[in-house]
Design a protein around this ligand. Sequence first.
Ligand SMILES: Nc1ncnc2c1ncn2[C@@H]1O[C@H](COP(=O)(O)OP(=O)(O)OP(=O)(O)O)[C@@H](O)[C@H]1O
Ligand code: SF4
Ligand SMILES: [Mg+2]
Length: 327
Amino acid sequence: MGEAEKAVIDVRNLKVEFPGRRGTVTPLSDISLSIRAGEILGVVGESGAGKSMTGLAIQGLLERPGRISGGEIWLGDRRIDTLDDRAMEQIRGREIGAIFQDPLTSLNPLFTVGSQLTETIRLHLSMGKVEARARAVQLLRDVGIPAPEERIDHYPHQFSGGMRQRVVIALALSASPKLIIADEPTTALDVSIQAQIISLLRRLCKEKQTAVMLVTHDMGVIAEAADRVAVMYAGRLIEIGPVEQVLHAPRHPYTQGLMASIPSLGARVVKLNQIDGSMPRLDAIPAGCAFNPRCVYAGSRCLRDRPELIPVGDGASACWLNAGGTA
Ligand SMILES: Nc1ncnc2c1ncn2[C@@H]1O[C@H](COP(=O)(O)OP(=O)(O)OP(=O)(O)O)[C@@H](O)[C@H]1O
Ligand code: SF4
Ligand SMILES: [Mg+2]
């Protein structure tokens, strides 16, 4: 990779474990992905696949007793999975911004949006009050809030859902982070607003050269916003590649089923649960390929050996069929 192509975030063989009374479960196993500056990586997969957990692990926000038990996470030249809580607190907000499904989880109802923006700006950047307020107004303008000089003194409840999510995007961008993790950022919004928020996120990511990890169930959002797509299944990454390839020429049988179950890729609000059978529970992930009970191509090797991601086309797929032989 050349300097310009260097990854902002590089996750290598990440493994997350939760020790429990009935044994240890492994919600994430061998996840490797990277995102470059100005690139949007869409992350898809049915409920419980590990999408949110991957974002939380990167941010150092795993709920205890969950822990990273293997692999490495690099933010540029810095390894961050080994940092303590205090160091991670400084990275969150400053270098990694977060956007969650519900804007109200990121905004405090008791304070004006301006005070929350300026506080975050001043916490992370050495700026005086006046300068921070000017930056806050500019951020609100950047995210398309009309009359930002007035709106800055309003409280979160005085904004509509869509405008509130714009404020959250401004907050996430306030210290110019290198990476933004957006977990279902439009799910709670009116369908009519969703496309506006997604195109805003895409425009800002390109302008500011922010790397974005965009978790969503919505293939319409993926088609519009993502440059590359990662497909997760039962805590594993099973396919990754450029958006055109993953959407229109998927290589993994699970992704193929996923795409075939979507009547039109333009259609919105399609849930990814239309393949026969269901994803295994964490304490019952089968040996070999985790998808084998649902896969029409499954052969003896699939029951025995776990497939690694194998380069195919411009991406990679974790399926023995892509290894050049039979399954
Ligand atoms: N605190 C926890 N302790 C143990 N297991 C957990 C915990 N939180 C989540 N899990 C499990 O980890 C797995 C991955 O969950 P995750 O929230 O990442 O799924 P997801 O892909 O984001 O799903 P969704 O689309 O529903 O948001 C699930 O099986 C979930 O039950
Ligand atoms: S490895 Fe085997 S079971 Fe898994 S997706 Fe490929 S063919 Fe199906
Ligand atoms: Mg989730």
